[in-house]
Design a binder for this molecule. Structure first.
Ligand code: PHE
Length: 330
């Protein structure tokens, strides 16, 4: 078995040579090519395998594989060592105070995180989560909410019309109507979702944003229940030392109505985060609930507004631009 002898002699000469492996990278490279290259010593041993007796080939193949592995790891070890022993290594100075490499990791979008916080708070006090259509008829978005056609209250919400009778919903309040049409009271729901308004885009308004609607209907619901629920929400969401106020307001579908503002320390001003009120008896009539038996409160909050306050974001457009430098801060 000549090949067997050749294998041993290559091993011997390699082990002798590797002892004197030069530190010069170029010389190391030619050493590597001599043994491990495509036409190197080991490759030519493999080449000779075909001349061996077929019955010897498995054993010889095994020997060759072992040889290649042994020698290559010996080479790598030696070459690696000589690198760190080298001159450049001696003067190398490792600054252990340097910050580590930044490994980019995904994170939740701030709107998603805020929505999750809002849902968690309301679910912890017995609200369920429901969803409704973003494209809806005029009836559910307006008329059933006590906003007839040509009523000036429509000016509060600049509307995208799909056709004369179909709109991109301007608020999540349309789902109040769907819920009450579909379910018997009592009801306790929050409804997160996208809403659309045909407004000039600026730092504070966008053609699309998110709301969370709330609807609570039961027999003895009164304004203090609404106040207590929203106070609890604000305290859990912003912390118990945040300043909030209820300010009288108007919505066609609630009576009385109010808006909730939060004091922003950084801006030194009140910022509105939601509208709310007691469900107007007209709305109950539209869905076939008897307003003498059932009472309820509703609210609608802007998710972007809340996220902006929570995280100190001052331009609403940042939420939609997908800029990684913005997003990776969360
Ligand atoms: N739908 C109102 C808006 O978008 C908010 C609101 C909801 C007010 C429910 C009262 C009750 O401005």
């Amino acid at each position: 078995m000549d090949l067997k002898r050749s294998i041993e002699s290559v091993r011997k000469s390699f082990l002798a040579d590797i002892e004197n492996l030069p530190a010069d990278p170029q010389k190391q490279e030619s050493f590597r090519v001599r043994y491990f290259g495509r036409k190197g010593e080991i490759a030519s041993l493999f080449h000779n395998l075909k001349d061996a007796k077929p019955s010897d080939r498995p054993q010889l193949g095994q020997l060759l594989n072992d040889l290649r592995e042994d020698l290559f790891s010996a080479f790598e070890e030696k070459a690696g060592k000589s690198k760190s022993d080298g001159k450049s290594g001696e003067n190398e100075h490792v600054d252990v105070s340097l910050p580590g490499l930044h490994l980019p990791a995904g994170s939740l979008h701030p709107l998603h995180q805020t929505l999750k916080d809002i849902k968690d708070i309301f679910m912890s006090i017995g609200f369920s989560v429901a969803y409704g259509p973003e494209i809806d008829d005029d009836y559910h978005n307006f008329q059933a909410l006590n906003i007839p056609k040509h009523h000036p209250a429509r000016d509060m919400q600049d509307t995208f019309f799909v056709d004369d009778n179909t709109v991109l919903r301007t608020h999540t309040s349309n789902v109040q109507i769907h819920l009450m049409e579909d379910e018997e009271p009592p009801l306790r729901f929050i409804v997160p979702g996208r809403v659309y308004r045909n407004e000039a885009i600026s730092f504070k308004s966008y053609c699309l944003f998110h709301q969370v609607e709330g609807l609570f209907v039961d027999k003895n619901v009164s304004f203090p229940d609404l106040k207590g629920t929203l106070e609890l929400f604000v305290n859990r969401c912003f912390g118990s030392d945040v300043k909030m106020r209820f300010r009288p307001s108007f919505f066609p579908f609630t009576e009385p109505s109010a808006e909730v503002d939060i004091w922003s320390e950084s801006r030194g001003e009140w910022l509105e985060i939601l509208g709310c009120g007691m469900v107007d008896p007209e709305v109950f009539k539209n869905v076939g609930y008897d307003p003498k038996i059932w009472h309820g409160f509703a609210f609608g909050m802007g998710v972007e507004r809340i996220a902006m306050l929570k995280y100190g974001i001052d331009d609403i457009r940042l939420f939609y631009q997908g800029d990684a430098r913005f997003l990776e801060q969360f």
